[in-house]
Design a protein around this ligand. Structure first.
Ligand SMILES: Cc1cc2nc3c(=O)[nH]c(=O)nc-3n(C[C@H](O)[C@H](O)[C@H](O)COP(=O)(O)OP(=O)(O)OC[C@H]3O[C@@H](n4cnc5c(N)ncnc54)[C@H](O)[C@@H]3O)c2cc1C
Length: 395
């Protein structure tokens, strides 16, 4: 996929020329989709079709796809910068990010035939891989308790179940779906789960969507699956080992989300700093008051610290080194830092912070998601407590 030796040589704490070029390229696209674009979509709760199209045409959403399939062949370090830059410019990478964070499972475990069939079309934009179906109403964060089943029926699987908060389904051609292929065994609860690449275009009436209105502009759905027939060859990897296979992808997802939060955090710090410097009340800029200045300075320090951990996690990921603790810490630190920056920015703007025309309240709602999804920060802390520090488990 990527040339790992290149990444080992990279200084994870510096922006080499290639990364600077990526930032500039993404910024050029973002300049065509200013904040007014995102504001209007937010009001209408509409998907940013034109923006996603532009990102696809420029090749950015195929960043992780190997060059032999028409992608850019980048690692997570570069992919993270693409998403960071979108949020840094006042946009929202969320509607487009899944193609990157679920790609790892397909690249690592998809059969050569499956990759050859789908990757070139994803790379050139004929197919969109933006939906990831894991969460279920009853199972919640305990993924081993999902009850969607996939039953082998000759050369196909028949899938039935109920998913919730599955995003971007209406704007995706393909969905990575997690289902149970054998019943849950308390002795080994993670066994018996399998991952499928579902071609939504062929699903017909087997998939019913219930669109859900969320706090922020995020196209997400309740999904009912009834007798969905999926060919055997669309099983990804080994039947029953799906949990481990998506776990690999989760590290990528955490690093990418951390990068989006760093982008948000920098946007908030920039906006707050400029406003605090220009807004005069009681005869002096409000930023001269420590009650305004210090929260912005503290948020800046935390965003920059989170960025270092995210870069370290990405460098390890790209070098093929273990990165679970760093990826989780990066996601936790960045989501907390961007939320702290969001609050400092909102306070700085006073009443204007609540006025949609200033974009602060929109970005505030958008970044809030990342303390809860795609994994809640509580569960990240539980991972660090259990897996890194070896403390007793809560589950
Ligand atoms: C806008 C949006 C988009 C989403 N998109 C997708 C998607 O595309 N695909 C998909 O599969 N899912 C998606 N999700 C689902 C998301 O991943 C989950 O909501 C998230 O992982 C939390 O799970 P839950 O809602 O079931 O919360 P629950 O598991 O019910 O947890 C509720 C609260 O309890 C806490 N909690 C639970 N157990 C523990 C514990 N042992 N220790 C401490 N605290 C605990 C959690 O941290 C959380 O704060 C989306 C969610 C949202 C809001």
């Amino acid at each position: 996929m990527t040339n790992h030796s290149d990444h080992v040589r990279l200084d994870p704490f510096a922006d080499p020329a290639a990364i600077t070029g990526i930032r500039a390229g993404v910024r050029d696209i973002c300049a065509r989709f200013p904040e007014a674009y995102w504001r209007e979509l937010d009001v209408q709760r509409q998907y940013p079709v034109a923006f996603v199209q532009a990102m696809t045409e420029a090749g950015w959403l195929a960043a992780l796809i190997p060059t032999r399939y028409g992608g850019l062949g980048h690692g997570i370090s570069e992919a993270a910068v693409i998403l960071e830059e979108v949020n840094r410019q006042g946009g929202n990478a969320g509607p487009a990010h899944a193609q990157m964070y679920i790609m790892g499972t397909l690249l690592k475990y998809g059969s050569p035939e499956l990759q050859a069939r789908y990757l070139p079309a994803i790379a050139d934009g004929r197919l969109r891989l933006q939906a990831f179906g894991v969460t279920e109403p009853e199972a919640g964060t305990d993924t081993t308790r999902i009850t969607t089943t996939a039953v082998r029926d000759g050369d196909r699987y028949l899938i039935n179940g109920e998913k919730i908060y599955i995003s971007r389904v209406q704007h995706s051609d393909l969905m990575l779906l997690l289902a149970r292929t054998s019943p849950r065994d308390d002795a080994k609860p993670t066994a018996g789960l399998s991952v499928f690449l579902v071609d939504l275009r062929q699903a017909g009436g087997a998939i019913t969507l219930r669109p859900l209105r969320m706090l922020m502009n995020n196209e997400t759905n309740g999904v009912t699956i009834r007798d969905l027939s999926v060919p055997l060859e669309n099983l990804i990897g080994v039947e029953g080992e799906g949990f481990r296979q998506i776990l690999d992808g989760w590290n990528a997802e955490r690093i990418l989300i951390a990068a989006e939060c760093v982008g948000d955090g920098r946007w908030f710090v920039d906006r707050a700093t400029a406003y605090a410097t220009g807004r005069v009340v009681f005869g002096r800029p409000i930023g001269a008051n420590q009650g305004i200045q210090f929260p912005i300075a503290a948020a800046y320090a935390r965003v920059e610290a989170a960025d270092l951990v995210r870069r370290r996690a990405a460098a390890s990921f790209d070098a093929g080194l273990p990165c679970g603790p760093d990826a989780n810490m990066a996601k936790y630190l960045a989501a907390e830092a961007s939320w702290e920056a969001a609050n400092a920015c909102l306070d700085t703007f006073g009443g204007n912070g609540f006025n949609a025309a200033y974009d602060v309240e929109r970005k505030f709602r958008e970044t809030r998601l990342y303390r809860v999804a795609p994994v809640s920060n509580n569960l990240v802390l539980a991972y660090i407590g259990h897996r890194v520090l070896g403390m007793p488990r809560s589950y």
